[in-house]
Design a protein around this ligand. Structure first.
Ligand SMILES: NC(=O)c1ccc[n+]([C@@H]2O[C@H](COP(=O)([O-])OP(=O)(O)OC[C@H]3O[C@@H](n4cnc5c(N)ncnc54)[C@H](OP(=O)(O)O)[C@@H]3O)[C@@H](O)[C@H]2O)c1
Length: 282
């Protein structure tokens, strides 16, 4: 078996950056994607074996749109180990221990069943504002809706998460550990709105809404109701201060400082700008 890396979620926020890093460094990788060749679908186990052919290590990203994503991932891991994959790097989330809900179940399974794994536990992504759930209201209404109150988060760039994933996938020996990945500064959603406004040249506000309203917004974006409630409850913990902690996982894995929100906002400004002849929702 060679060093082929399978990247799930390769068209997504972290997978896309990881794929670029693997290409830049000349490493062999395969996208596990519904539109890939061979096609891969978490909900179709008959697509798994072809994607796993010759694979040595796997970056695991669950689709946020699937409510049973993590039980499917455990079944997939059993197939992967049978096919000879050795190393697994899972994208989980900050403050979610092994054995917790969702990715916490996969984290626990890896601890119990694999001898070569790493779990990345990032805080909220900066890119949620440039390509994720908050983009459309920034463009259309100049506001960010959230139930995070004045709570603060050390937001992380998905490029930094990809750098951490790259380091874990190419480590010289098994890490068998989890790494909390955060930015180096903790800021509120009010401050996020201010920084995005400065970058794109018009005022952007933060509109405070209830947790129920936040869940409704996720359902409106097509997420299953249990996932929407789980995510909205996660955002509520930000209001309660639970995410306001800076960790050193990124530096431990990559040796680099984190991207600042200001640098991210300046680099992403075009996404939020309105072309004079474009409607705000384009
Ligand atoms: N957003 C945050 O702030 C945050 C924070 C911490 C952790 N996380 C975790 O990050 C993970 C990714 O979330 P995200 O919002 O950033 O999504 P994303 O990675 O940007 O996009 C989801 C990816 O899943 C793929 N996908 C969707 N359905 C699939 C299916 N049935 N079979 C195969 N692939 C499928 C999509 O590819 P195609 O559509 O091309 O098939 C896409 O590449 C989630 O597990 C989430 O819990 C997110």
């Amino acid at each position: 078996m060679g060093d082929l890396v399978l990247v799930t979620g390769a068209s997504g926020k972290t997978g896309r950056s990881l794929a670029s890093l693997l290409t830049e460094r000349g490493l062999a990788w395969r996208a596990a994607s519904r539109s890939g060749e061979p096609p891969f679908d978490w909900s179709r186990p008959d697509t798994w074996d072809a994607a796993l052919e010759g694979v040595a290590s796997i970056y695991l990203v669950a689709s946020p749109a699937m409510d049973d994503a993590h039980s499917r991932m455990v079944a997939f891991l059993q197939s992967a180990m049978r096919k000879g994959a050795r190393r697994f790097v899972l994208l989980s989330m900050a403050s979610l221990p092994a054995g917790g809900p969702g990715p916490g179940q996969v984290h626990q399974w890896l601890k119990d069943n694999s001898g070569d794994w790493a779990v990345l536990c990032p805080t909220a992504f900066m890119q949620n504002f440039s390509e994720g759930p908050f983009l459309s209201s920034i463009r259309a209404e100049d506001t960010i809706y959230s139930n995070t109150g004045t709570g603060r988060v050390p937001f992380i760039s998905t490029l930094d998460i990809a750098r951490a994933a790259f380091a874990a996938l190419t480590a010289s020996s098994a890490l068998n550990s989890d790494f909390t990945l955060t930015g180096d500064e903790s800021i509120s959603y009010d401050r996020v709105a201010e920084l995005i406004g400065q970058a794109c040249g018009r005022p952007i506000s933060h509109t405070h809404i209830s947790t129920a309203a936040m869940a409704e917004r996720f359902v409106g974006r097509g997420l299953p109701e249990p996932t929407a409630m789980f995510l909205a409850a996660g955002y509520q913990t930000i209001a309660d201060g639970a995410q306001d902690r800076i960790a050193d996982g990124l530096r431990t894995l990559t040796g680099r400082p984190a991207t600042t929100f200001q640098a991210f906002a300046q680099a992403s400004a075009d996404v939020w700008r309105r072309a004079p002849n474009r409607s705000p929702t384009d």
